[in-house]
Design a protein around this ligand. Structure first.
Ligand code: ARG
Length: 256
């Protein structure tokens, strides 16, 4: 996730320019995150992955034996997936815990045509007992323009940062109206009740390939999951997240 230092430098220059022009400055840039600050951030790796370290998707620990990810991540045989906790650098297998997946539940409403209900719950073969879990955000009103959630993932940085290393970025909630104003987002299935529209219309900071299924966190709760976008960090193309509150009832049934 997050985009190149060069893009960041340009954006920073633009921000400084705007700042000197008297407008409010904003913070630009994603940073490396530690697993101590995000113990519930899970790398959902796959033995078939072309990326190094088996990197494939992200997920969030919501119970000692349950992780939530994107339904669209579940296109390989169940036996090829493994969850990794506590390993910021996926190349460093001296730290962290690993578990296979014993069961997969995909939201019955998920379909690839409109990308809605892009949510799956996986059961860990070896629970990550003792690790702090991320509570689900069940209130629809948590998704509102002006909130500033943070997205976490090991996905593509487009050469900005170390590969296969946990990164985070604050991505403002732009409100459903922003994504609904974009015809191609509507035709791709963006839905107010089940999606969150977040990022920067100026571009530069976003989730990207390999971040899918990873957590979008607001006030210590799981607000959304990385679902889709058009390119990464492109101007006018914010990230689309599956909205947890929109599927909370079904999720709670799977998690308890
Ligand atoms: N579908 C992508 C994945 O599988 C995530 C895309 C998120 N894109 C974005 N621009 N926010 O990893």
């Amino acid at each position: 996730m997050i985009v190149s230092r060069r893009v960041q430098a340009v954006l920073l220059a633009a921000v400084l320019l705007v700042a000197t022009a008297g407008a409010k400055p904003v913070i630009v840039g994603g940073t490396v995150a530690s697993t101590a600050e995000a113990p519930w951030a899970i790398a959902l790796n796959n033995t078939q992955s072309a990326a190094s370290g088996g990197r494939y998707c992200g997920a969030a620990l919501v119970a000692p034996n349950k992780i939530v990810t994107a339904a669209h991540c579940m296109d390989e045989a169940v036996s090829t997936y493994y969850a990794v906790q506590g390993r910021a650098d996926l190349a460093d297998d001296s730290v962290g815990r690993v578990s296979g997946i014993s069961k997969v539940w995909i939201h019955p409403g998920y379909n690839t045509k409109d990308n809605r209900y892009d949510v799956a719950v996986l059961t860990l073969a070896r629970p990550f007992t003792g690790v702090p879990v991320l509570p689900l955000e069940t209130r629809a009103r948590a998704d509102r323009a002006g909130a500033v959630p943070t997205v976490y993932g090991w996905g593509d940085t487009q050469e900005t940062g170390p590969d296969e290393t946990l990164q985070k970025a604050a991505v403002p909630d732009l409100g459903d109206k922003t994504c609904l104003a974009n015809k191609s987002y509507v035709s791709n299935g963006y839905a107010a009740a089940t999606n969150v529209c977040a990022g920067y219309l100026a571009g530069g900071i976003d989730a990207c390939q390999g971040d899918s299924g990873g957590p979008l966190v607001l006030n210590g709760r799981l607000l959304g999951l990385v679902s889709w976008g058009q390119g990464c960090a492109q101007p006018g193309k914010p990230g689309v997240y599956a909205e947890v509150a929109g599927v909370a009832r079904a999720l709670l049934q799977q998690v308890r």
